[in-house]
Write a protein that binds this ligand. Sequence first.
Ligand SMILES: C[S@@+](CC[C@H](N)C(=O)[O-])C[C@H]1O[C@@H](n2cnc3c(N)ncnc32)[C@H](O)[C@@H]1O
Length: 294
Amino acid sequence: MSLSKCLAREQRAYLNRPRGAWGAHLVKARAFFGEALQAADPDLSVLILGAGSGLEIPWKLAPKHSVGWDADPWSRWRTCLRHQRFPDWIYDDLTGGIADLEATARRCLILPTGRHRSAEQAVRRFAGLLPSLHPRPRALEAWVAGHRPSSILVANFLGQVGSVIQKILEAIFGGAALWAEYLETTEGLAEAVDAWIVRALEALLGCLRGSRAQVWMLHDRAVIWGNVALELGRLQDPWMRQLQASTSLEVSDPLCGIDVRGQFSDRTELRFDRWLWPVDAGQLHMMEALAYSS
Ligand SMILES: C[S@@+](CC[C@H](N)C(=O)[O-])C[C@H]1O[C@@H](n2cnc3c(N)ncnc32)[C@H](O)[C@@H]1O
């Protein structure tokens, strides 16, 4: 399954979820990005990564040279319908590495003779090859170098990188149930997939840090599974301790351990906020909103 097909499907599923409990999240997200857009230089470009259908983006506040970036082929049209605005758009893979990842996975299914490998052998081979893949966001780097945006908004995209590649790999290796089994049983596979995600995110963050732009980022810091009553406590190390509940928690980390805040410690922090977003029944996201000076 190609990236654009995967994202179109994911976006449909995302927008079809019951959104009754999203109100508080959307108010905070729109206020955060609204502030970013109002702070941007009106004469320079503004780049909005993971712009999607604009649910979280108050496009009416966006300066005229604002550009959306999202590889979902319907994202710009949905933005147009939602905001009556048809911004410039880029549809490229932000990680720059998904086509390579997908091609490598597909090659693993085929023997040099042209016959098919067994799925187990293919998955083992893939786990062995993954460390040689180094995603690099070349399209983003080139755009940033060429346009020198005053602000870059990273609109709830970073936490998607891992889930998107898992969906693509599931489709290649026999479906969600089999892929989950391979992740559990194939030596080194889960670690190699996580390490690819870390390399992709670090390269993206490196590009954002290297830009002279103000950077405004909103992303999932944690996904908490099950119907649990939870509060956010004070910030402490390790960050999981801020999730306070009377029962034990099942938590996944969409950023695979990357501390985005730590990576920007040499810039002035303009905003830092956290909140809980009940995305679905039994699925609570802890969101982190961070803004840094240029
Ligand atoms: C949670 S949604 C963001 C929602 C959006 N901010 C809004 O206001 O509607 C994440 C977005 O990232 C996009 N995305 C995910 N992986 C991508 C990639 N590798 N390259 C480009 N866009 C990607 C998806 O298509 C999706 O629209």
